[in-house]
Structures are given as C-alpha cells and as structure tokens.
Design a protein around this ligand. Sequence first.
Ligand SMILES: *Cc1c(COP(=O)(O)O)cnc(C)c1O
Length: 395
Amino acid sequence: MSNKLQWIETELQTLKDSGLYNRIRTLSSPQGAWLVVDGKQVLNFCSNNYLGLANHPRIVKAAQDAVTKYGVGPAAVRSIAGTMELHLELERRLAAFKGVESAITFQSGFTANMGTIPALVGKDDAIVSDELNHASIIDGSRLSGAKILRYAHCDPADLDRVLTENRGQFPKVLVITDGVFSMDGDIAPLDKIYEVCLKHDVMLMVDDAHGEGVIGAGGRGIVDHFHLHGKVDVEVGTLSKAFGVVGGVSAGKPIIVEWLRQRGRPFLFSSAMTVPDVAACLAAVDILEESTELVDRLWENARYFKAEMKRLGFDTGLSTTPITPIMLGEAPLAQQFSREMFEAGVFAMAIGFPTVPRGKARIRVMISAAHAREDLDKGLEAFAAVGRKLGVING
Ligand SMILES: *Cc1c(COP(=O)(O)O)cnc(C)c1O
C-alpha cells in the first residue's frame, strides 16, 4: 500500500491537537437573524448578511423570475458567449450606485482580487500592502509575481516611508488596502493613503468587501465615505456580504475596467456569474437606491449593541463599524466562550491564530439590519451571563 497521502493525516492530527481544526457547523434554515445550526435554533451573530438581503423576498423573486426567463447557467466565460445583457446592466448599475465611471463583475470577491491585481502589476513591479490585508489580496498579490512590501496597519506615515525607500526601484507600484478590516472592524484612512499615493504617483486599490452596503451614504462604500470619487484607481468589492448574493466587482477608472476585460484571468477563463445571482444583485441595487432604511437600521443596531457591550465591561477593540470583536486574549478562552454562547442559543464564532495574531483571540459579532431589538437584547443577556461565568467581566 502506498502511503503517499500519510502526510495529510499527520497534518490534520497536528491541527486537531493544537485546537486549530475547523469543525464546520451546518445550517438547515435560510439565512436570517435566527438559524437552525446543527439542529439547534440559535440567534445568528456570524453572517455577513449586513442588510438581511440574503433571503429578502424581492431578491428571491427577482432570481426566480430571471431563472424562468433565462435559465440558470451562463454556459460560457464572459469573453466568449457568457456576457448577457443582465451582466452589463449590473455593471452599469453598480458603477452608478458607487458613483464611479465603470465596473466589471467577477464570480466572487476572491476572484475579483485574483483577476485585478495580476492585471495591474507583474514580476518587475511592487505591491505595497497593509500588513492586515485579506487573504485574497495576499493570494492575488503572490499570483502577480510582484515584489510584496508591507506597511504598518492603517499607517499612512509608514506607507510614505516604504514608498520613499522603494518607489525608485520599480516601474509600477500598486498600493492595496482593505477598506473595512474584517477582523477588527476599523476603517482604512483612505483619504490620507490617497494623499501619499498621489505624492509618489503610484496606483491605489481598495478592497471594500465589508464597506459596500455598509459605509458611505446609503452604503455606497469607502470611496463615498471619504468623498474620493474619481481618485481611487480601482475599488474591488463583493456582492456576497451586504448585497446578500454572491459575486465580485472591480469598479473605478474606465481604462482599468477595459484592461480587466482583456486581461482579468477569472473573467477570461472561468464562467460568468449565473443568471439568478445577477438578477438578485440587480434587485439588491434597487433596494439600496430606493431607501437608506436598511443601512440606517444596521447602524442603529450596531451602535446599540456596541454601547451595551461596553457598558457590560467588554472590550470591543478598534471597531467603528458593525463588525464587533469581543477581545478575549487566548484562543482556548475564546473557544470556550463561543461554545457556552452556543449552549445559551447564540451562534457567535471564536476567531484565533492565524486569522488574528496570537494572544488576540476574540469572538466576532456580525450585526445585521435583520436583528430586532429583542434579538440584540437576548444576545447581550447571553454575553453578560457567559462573561460573568468565565470571569471576563465583573458582577
Ligand atoms: C470576504 C472578502 C473577500 C471575498 O469575497 P467573496 O465574494 O466572498 O469571495 C475579499 N476581500 C475581503 C476584504 C473580504 O472581506
């Protein structure tokens, strides 16, 4: 018998022994404020369903109608026979919503980064990246073959230093930052980062996955939040978080979008977004453009929850967005906290190394417009009880 796969067994055992093995919970209900997880009804504090759109009746109906009319599968990549009028309409609507000139969609936010970064820089060039950027930025950067330089998290002065020391050695330089950082909920100082990029004449890309539908006027994203329209070269985003569907987008200067239609590899070599996804995204744009009600409710919920958690004595870290980390320190405590919360009927995941630095384990609460005030109060009650039991807060 060959044992060529034995190494995987060993690796998996190492993960299990160190408490880093992913045990994946299973849902048997639609997305929403409440879920059935592993057979148990629980309050949902884990989804990126910021606006409650994932199971919104108008979005469901739009997907159903489109399937009736156009079927399901795209049957081709965008550059061969996979571009339908629906795709172009979504791209126009997303650009208009975000207040930029042009947009191109991808199958996911992950593939948007895989497509965009290597199209902009290659092996002679450099990428200057916030040290806490998302895994898909890191992978897209590696794929490009460019030299990767890091600057201190959300620190424009350090970005300036890295550019001053290195700019001259590379024909092209691309600065990349997350818009909203998914583990801490802090917002990149994009206005200051833009000034530094302007000074050094380098390209600027922001990945606004957790900002779209959340920050800026009516959820128009980070470029709108800082009034940087026309200044940021390219804004990558996802349609799978606040938009409640699945898909990715790169939006910004028309020449970049035109280039991505020629050179974005997931656009050229992986099939287009499906019909129901595109139609559902169009309905999401409609909802966002018609009213700020959901975005307003999201923020009202986030402010209430965060203020009450602080009042109870919890440390919610650096967050200024609906992403609410509950800082706990060591990973085993965070894991135990999460298990006790689940017992108490609240689904809130623990996050530890390597997703966050060692000693900075936390529970990450994702607030949604789908939560009613009573839901938040139930969550707060469970946090208070478990926090006291485990000695995280007094009283
Ligand atoms: C979630 C996320 C992605 C990936 O988006 P998907 O559409 O789920 O592939 C990319 N970048 C950032 C910053 C994210 O938070």
